[in-house]
Structure formats: structure tokens, C-alpha cells
Design a binder for this molecule. Structure first.
Ligand SMILES: Cc1cc2nc3c(=O)[nH]c(=O)nc-3n(C[C@H](O)[C@H](O)[C@H](O)COP(=O)(O)OP(=O)(O)OC[C@H]3O[C@@H](n4cnc5c(N)ncnc54)[C@H](O)[C@@H]3O)c2cc1C
Length: 614
């Protein structure tokens, strides 16, 4: 296969142009192209995913990093994290970050989306779209909540078989107060705390990605890879400003414009979508002026409100063999055999992602006496992070072997030494950052300033999460007798008992969970930082929407790929004039079109875009 694949037909005009063939963008494109009358073009800066084996072999995830399949974005120094810069990798290929992520399907709680307070995006509705995206395949041992799973979607999802260490960690989580709940990551009803399993975007040994949506589509869907969108061309002025074309740069450096008859949708992810808007003249006026870009719409929120989930890997050693999967990867010749198993039999440690057990916790009682927590302002019914008692403050998840982002290099030998970790993740961070332009040149990566741990509350809550995680491993029923100590063995964090012990560890080690969002957020017209209305339309421009995790006003208490799929699904419905049908209790019962509503004769759409039956 050639390296620059353009699936024909390629015309000079399309009904819809989607800028970015990542997670949300691929879903959106495929759904729009289901109508043979729509012509759709997807423009993707990276390669076709079929050229990249590590996008299919889940265990090869980080081999794409630091290559041309990664955007290679590095954050600005974070003063709250001892000035450290953090590698903020993103997939640069068809399927985007869904092709290099941790495969975890952790939807969060329904309250998370209710908290967006955006008409049409309630928890019930977003969960309805996550279900629509899914084709769930159960396993005998996994007790699925059948009502919560979808089977008609294009994304194959299945549960993950645990390594022995993860079963022990589940036992420890339970003994330390996190009750086991079946299918805890899918139902949207975590009720604050609990533990269980996370389904994965893996099926029969291969990773499934948003690019799967683009397989076997008709001739009305064109895909143009290795092509960068510079900007959206806007014509007209004032109330009649309209997005009419995109300016692209092809692999050989050739620049040209492609016209869109109906709409242009920017789906380039939370770091790159704002940069396309900014280069198009949509954003804070003074920032645009600094780069010599004419301001067409003064939208101060473009690139602001940058959020992310921070995680801390806490590694432990165990001398007991065969509990972790280290021996399957790090013993001499093991990696070669693991690769053969995946390649020939679609099994083994590289056929899946080495995360294991999952826990969620509220920390109210543990933080009650902390002065920062106690004295922080809060709204009625909310904690200082803005959460209700039904939403967890933190997540814990285990790794079934040593590993993680590339800074972790102290590999055990898998024979005499074995390691695993419990990762602590902070939900609802208070710190906010921003994405700005380095220059008007589309070849320049954005300047990403996450401002991690700039809020003291984030440090306090994440430190308490680490303290709790350490108790789970060192005191918990399943693991207390098999822990050798910290890993690498020169470290002593397993002996930390106080939150104050953990704070420096957090500032030294906290890193990204790769969940950036919020940089083109939806919101009401009275919110000066809202970039989009509730139908993802860019304020002040006709024919232009954004659809990816940048639209999220707040992060979920989960992981962000399932919302990214939901955003792609919902964007397609908004454009096609389709809506989820909700019963009087607000639960989804079906999907209907405007035509169905007319045919029914007894329904109408309310201002929220929700079907109301008379
Ligand atoms: C390493 C890693 C691990 C993760 N683990 C998990 C996990 O286990 N579970 C989970 O739920 N979430 C996880 N996530 C997060 C999740 O994958 C993302 O939130 C989600 O995929 C983002 O979707 P998106 O559509 O917003 O952006 P993306 O999927 O990143 O898509 C953006 C696309 O736009 C393209 N693009 C950008 N700029 C341009 C341009 N100018 N012109 C043309 N194309 C452009 C990009 O190349 C990319 O293909 C992880 C992410 C990473 C990177």
C-alpha cells in the first residue's frame, strides 16, 4: 500500500468537510456518509492507520510516540509540578488518539454530563450516544449490565482478562472500603465509591479504533491523509460570516483550497482544534493581532479552559513469581514470543493493554480535617471540587507489569524481580491552562500550557489519593503479604503514611492521563468563554462546528474516549436533524428523525432538541 492513500472519489467540492480524522471526526464522517446523498471529505494530518501495526497491537501503544505518528507536543514548564514539562502525546494518524490510547471504556457518571448544563447533552443523552457507538461482546465471567451496553454500534468492546495481581488488588480494594460493583465503568451509577472491571476497545486480540468506522464506506466518503488543515476560509461579514472552504497543505507542501457546500466541522482534538480556529481569525483579538492574523470573530474562549486528568504511577515490587506479567515481557526472549503470539494467534500480553483492576473513591471523610479542603469555598450540595456525593473524587487502576510513559525505565528482569503499580487519578481538577499559537504557521505545534497543580486543592486531593492507594496495596487483604516494597527498590514510598509525605511525590511524578478537553467549550451565550452553542456551532459563523473533546465544558469523572465517540455520534445527529427519543423518565428509547416526528404527528422538538411526545 502506498504511503499517501486518498480514497476516491476526490472532487473539488464536498457537502461536508471534516478537519481531523481522529476519534470524534471518524465517527462523524462515517455517520454523515450513511446518507448516500451526502458527499463527505475527511482531512487527516497523519498517515493512514493501516500503515501502523502498533495502532492494532494494543501492547505496542507507546511505540508510536516520538515518531511522526505522534504530534510530539510537550507542555510548557508547570511551576506546580516543580517546573517539569510533560510529554502530551496525541495520535497523528487516521483514528487519532483512539489508536494509541489505553483502550479503557470508563464513561463516568451521568451527573458529570448533567453538570455541563448544556441543552441536549444531559447524562442520559450522552450515555445514549456512548451506547449507540458500542458493539459489546461479553465474556462468561463478566457480569454485564445488559441494558447499559449497545450491540449495534461500530466500536467493538470486550472485557479484559485479569492477570493474577489484579485479582489480588480487587480483593485489597474491597477490604479497604471500595465495594465490588458489576460493570461499574459502564452504568453511569458509581455512587461515589466502588471497584470492578473496565471494558476495553479491544476485540479478539486487536485494538478497535474510530478508524474502523471508516471501513467499507461508499464512494461518497473521501479520506485524504498526510494533509494538514491550515485554516477555514470565511466569506462575508457581520451576521453573514460563513465558512465556505478549507485551506490545506498537502504532503509535498502544495497549498490549496477545498470548498464545502454545506458545513465544515473541525475535529482536530483539544490541542489542535483551537489552533485551526485561531489561524482562521476566530479567537481572542489581541492574541490574533500578535501573530498578524486578522480577527474575524473576537471569541475570547478559544484555547482557554484547558483541563486534563493527572495521574501518579506508584510502583511496587513483589518477589512472588507469575503474579504480574513481567515474566511474559522482560525475561530473555519473552518479547519475541509475545509478539509471535499476537501476530499468529492474537493472544498474549501484547494483545491487550496492561491495565487491570479499577477503583473509585470519595475522599470527604479522609480530607475532612485538611485546612485547604475545609476552608475552600463550595456551592450547596457540592464539595470544593464542584462534585456531588454521587461523583468520585479519584480513580485507582493497576498496571499488570512494570511500564507506563517513556520516563519509566527501571524494568525488572521478570525472573527475580517483578513490579506492578497502582495509579491514582485526580478527577475534577481545579487548575486550568490554555492552548495558544506559537506562530501563524500551521507546521508549528501549539503552545500547550497546562498549568498542572497550580491550585493547592489539586495537590491535596491527589496526595490523599496516593495515600489511599498505598494503603490499598500495603494493608489490603489481597496484596499486603506479597508486596516486597517500592519499585525500584531504592525508593521508600511504600512507607509513606501521611498526606504531607505524598505531596512532594505528587509534584515530582504527576503526569498526564492524556485527557485534554475544554478548549472550544459549549456554553450559553452569557458565558464569555463559551465558543460553541449547544449544537456545536461556532458563535458568530455560519456553517462551522467543532466536534471532539475540546467541546466538553467540564471533564467527566472517567476517561475521555467514550465521550469523544458520543460527541462524534451526536454531532452527526445534530447535522442530520436526528435526535434520541427519551421517554418521560428521560431514558433513551429510540432514535428518530425530523421526518419521523412529522409522520408521528404527535411529537415535537423542544428548544433543547429533545423529542417531546404529545
Ligand atoms: C496515550 C493515550 C492514552 C489514553 N488512554 C485512554 C483510555 O484508556 N481511555 C480513554 O477513555 N481515553 C484515553 N485517552 C484519551 C482519548 O483517547 C481521547 O480523549 C480521544 O481519543 C480524543 O478524541 P478527539 O477526537 O478529541 O481527538 P483525536 O482522536 O486526537 O483526533 C484528532 C485528529 O485530528 C488530527 N489533526 C489535528 N490537527 C490537524 C490538522 N491541522 N489538520 C488535519 N488533521 C489534524 C489528528 O492527527 C487526529 O487524528 C488516551 C489518550 C492517549 C493519547
Amino acid at each position: 500500500m502506498g504511503s499517501n492513500i486518498t480514497l476516491e472519489p476526490e472532487g473539488s467540492e464536498y457537502d461536508y468537510i471534516i478537519c481531523g480524522g481522529g476519534t470524534s471526526g471518524s465517527v462523524l464522517a462515517a455517520r454523515l456518509a450513511e446518507d448516500p446523498n451526502n458527499s463527505v471529505l475527511v482531512i487527516e494530518a497523519g498517515q493512514h492507520n493501516s500503515l501502523l501495526e502498533n495502532t492494532v497491537m494494543a501492547g505496542g501503544w507507546k511505540n508510536n510516540f516520538d515518531t511522526e505518528a505522534d504530534w510530539n507536543i510537550v507542555t510548557e514548564p508547570n511551576p506546580g509540578a516543580n517546573g517539569r514539562q510533560v510529554k502530551a502525546s496525541r495520535g497523528k494518524f487516521l483514528g487519532g488518539s483512539s489508536g494509541c490510547n489505553g483502550t479503557l471504556c470508563i464513561r463516568g457518571t451521568k451527573q458529570d454530563y448533567d453538570d455541563w448544563n448544556v441543552p441536549g447533552w444531559s447524562g442520559e443523552e450522552v450515555f445514549g450516544y456512548m451506547k449507540k457507538a458500542e458493539n459489546f461482546h461479553g465474556k462468561k465471567w463478566f457480569k454485564a449490565n445488559e441494558a447499559a451496553h449497545g450491540h449495534d454500534g461500530l466500536l467493538d468492546i470486550e472485557p479484559h482478562d485479569l492477570a493474577p495481581i489484579s485479582n489480588l488488588i480487587l480483593e485489597s480494594m474491597e477490604s479497604q472500603g471500595l465495594a465490588f460493583q458489576d460493570d461499574i465503568c459502564t452504568t453511569g451509577a458509581i455512587h461515589g465509591s466502588g471497584c470492578g472491571h473496565a471494558p476495553r476497545t479491544v476485540y479478539k486480540g486487536d485494538r478497535t479504533t474510530a478508524a474502523n468506522y471508516l471501513l467499507n464506506k461508499g464512494p461518497n466518503l473521501a479520506i485524504k491523509t498526510e494533509t494538514t488543515v491550515d485554516k477555514v476560509i470565511l466569506e462575508g461579514s457581520g451576521d453573514n460570516l460563513k465558512a465556505t472552504a478549507v485551506k490545506i497543505i498537502e504532503k509535498d507542501g502544495k497549498e490549496r483550497e477545498i470548498k464545502a457546500r454545506k458545513e465544515i466541522i473541525v475535529s482536530s482534538g483539544a490541542y489542535c482544534s483551537p489552533t485551526i480556529l485561531l489561524r482562521s481569525g476566530i479567537g481572542p483579538k489581541s492574541e490574533l493581532a500578535a501573530h498578524g492574523i486578522e480577527c474575524k470573530v473576537d471569541l475570547p474562549g478559544v484555547g482557554k479552559n484547558l483541563m486534563d486528568h493527572l495521574i501518579v504511577f506508584i510502583f511496587y515490587s513483589t518477589t512472588k513469581p507469575n503474579l504480574t506479567n513481567d515474566y511474559l515481557l522482560y525475561k530473555p526472549n519473552a518479547l519475541g514470543e509475545a509478539y509471535r503470539q499476537w501476530k499468529e494467534e492474537k493472544r498474549g500480553p501484547l494483545s491487550t493493554f496492561p491495565f487491570g483492576a479499577f477503583g473509585f473513591a470519595r475522599l470527604d471523610d479522609r480530607l475532612a480535617s485538611d485546612p485547604v479542603w475545609k476552608n475552600a469555598s463550595r456551592k450547596e450540595g457540592r464539595d470544593p471540587m464542584g462534585l456531588t456525593s454521587s461523583q468520585p473524587n479519584v480513580e485507582f487502576f493497576s498496571t499488570e507489569c512494570y511500564g507506563g510513559p517513556k520516563q519509566y525505565i527501571d524494568y525488572p528482569d521478570g525472573e527475580n524481580s517483578h513490579a506492578f503499580s497502582l495509579v491514582a487519578e485526580l478527577f475534577a481538577p481545579k487548575s486550568r491552562g490554555e492552548v495558544t499559537l506559537k506562530s501563524a504557521d500551521p507546521k508549528d505545534n501549539p503552545v500547550v500550557n497546562h498549568n498542572y497543580l497550580s491550585e493547592e486543592l489539586d495537590v491535596v486531593v491527589l496526595s490523599e489519593a496516593c495515600r489511599y492507594a498505598n494503603e490499598i496495596i500495603t494493608l489490603g487483604k489481597g496484596t499486603k503479604d506479597i508486596v516486597g516494597g517500592s519499585w525500584p527498590k531504592t525508593l521508600t514510598h511504600h512507607k509513606h503514611t501521611k498526606r504531607e509525605d505524598w505531596a512532594p511525590f505528587v509534584r515530582d511524578n504527576a503526569t498526564t492521563c492524556y485527557h485534554p478537553g475544554g478548549t472550544c467549550k459549549m456554553g450559553s451565550s452569557s458565558d464569555p468563554l463559551s465558543v460553541l452553542d449547544s449544537e456545536l456551532r461556532v458563535r458568530g459563523v455560519q456553517g462551522l462546528r467543532v466536534a471532539d473533546t475540546s467541546v466538553m465544558p467540564l471533564l467527566n469523572q472517567g476517561h475521555t474516549q467514550m465521550p469523544a465517540y458520543a460527541i462524534g455520534e451526536k454531532a452527526a445527529d445534530l447535522i442530520k436533524g436526528q435526535f434520541l427519543e427519551l421517554n418521560p423518565k428521560g431514558n433513551m428509547v429510540a432514535e428518530v428523525t425530523l421526518k419521523d416526528v412529522k409522520d408521528l404527528g404527535n411529537g415535537s422538538l423542544n428548544g433543547n432538541g429533545t423529542l417531546v411526545l404529545n
